[in-house]
Write a protein that binds this ligand. Structure first.
Ligand SMILES: Cc1ncc(COP(=O)(O)O)c(C=O)c1O
Length: 256
């Protein structure tokens, strides 16, 4: 967002689902707002009907961050199909992971598809014909080949991971009936908001003895990262994200 020259404005999350809280979006909208980027965190779809209704009311575009949510569904509809575009990560730890860095953007908007393809290829679709300034963000052919094979298995893997009892644990993000999550990480809240209890839980031997690695995930919520120090965010500006970031950890038993 910042690199396009725009200003990033964060919005707090819903305490049950850990995704953007639609009730807090409108208070952030000004005459300078152009779009909303909901993140389907831990494979849990954001409340897309509510996000889309607000976006339509204010004439905003929506780009869905599907990095952790390949094949998740909201109201029976695949995430990534609500907004004007969606981004996917194929980082090795993702549900559809390559053997190195990789990712994709999708859109059903033909003009945007062409422009995004151009931008990712130094601004030109054919060699030597650079219509715009762009970057080098091509998907490596080797990674694409690996992903093509893994893609065939993704529905089965997703179903298996999402129906495992772990994901229904009380301290995991809640999954409303209309939202079918694509489990990504088994995220559990542990301890309270003190860092010492979080670390104690992370060090706990129980999961490790069963071959499950645990780590503190997102120890600092985005608004509080040094990169955004210039905004002077306070904990009370994002109370849910602030509290969750100090009490969350993730478990994962195996890498696909
Ligand atoms: C929610 C979310 N958005 C964006 C990204 C960035 O993806 P990548 O690392 O492939 O650029 C990630 C993963 O790191 C992510 O989990």
């Amino acid at each position: 967002v910042t690199q396009t020259g725009a200003t990033v404005v964060f919005c707090d999350t819903d305490p049950q689902t850990y995704t953007i809280d639609p009730a807090r979006i409108e208070a952030k909208v000004t005459s300078r707002t152009v779009g909303v980027i909901p993140v389907h965190l831990y494979g849990q779809p954001a409340d897309m009907p509510a996000v889309m209704a607000i976006a339509e009311k204010h004439g905003l575009w929506v780009i869905e961050d599907c990095a952790q949510a390949h094949l998740a569904r909201c109201d029976g509809r695949m995430v990534g199909s609500f907004g004007i575009a969606a981004s996917y990560s194929f980082y090795p730890g993702k549900n559809l992971g390559a053997m190195g860095d990789a990712g994709a953007i999708t859109t059903s908007h033909a003009g945007l598809a062409e422009r995004m393809a151009m931008f990712a290829r130094h601004g030109g679709l054919t060699k030597g014909d650079h219509q715009i300034e762009g970057v080098n963000s091509r998907l490596d052919g080797l990674q694409a080949a690996i992903l093509s094979v893994k893609l065939r298995h993704l529905p089965r893997w997703t179903e298996r991971a999402s129906s495992s009892p772990r994901t229904t644990a009380r301290r995991s993000p809640a999954s409303p009936a209309s939202r079918h999550r694509a489990s990504h990480r088994d995220a559990r809240r542990c301890g309270t908001s003190t860092s010492s209890s979080t670390h104690a839980a992370t060090r706990s031997r129980a999961p490790r003895q069963r071959g499950i690695q645990t780590v503190v995930n997102y120890p600092v919520a985005l608004p509080f990262l040094p990169a955004y120090r210039r905004f002077g965010h306070r904990p009370e500006d994002f109370p849910v994200a602030y509290a969750r970031s100090r009490a969350s950890f993730r478990c994962r038993s195996s890498q696909r």
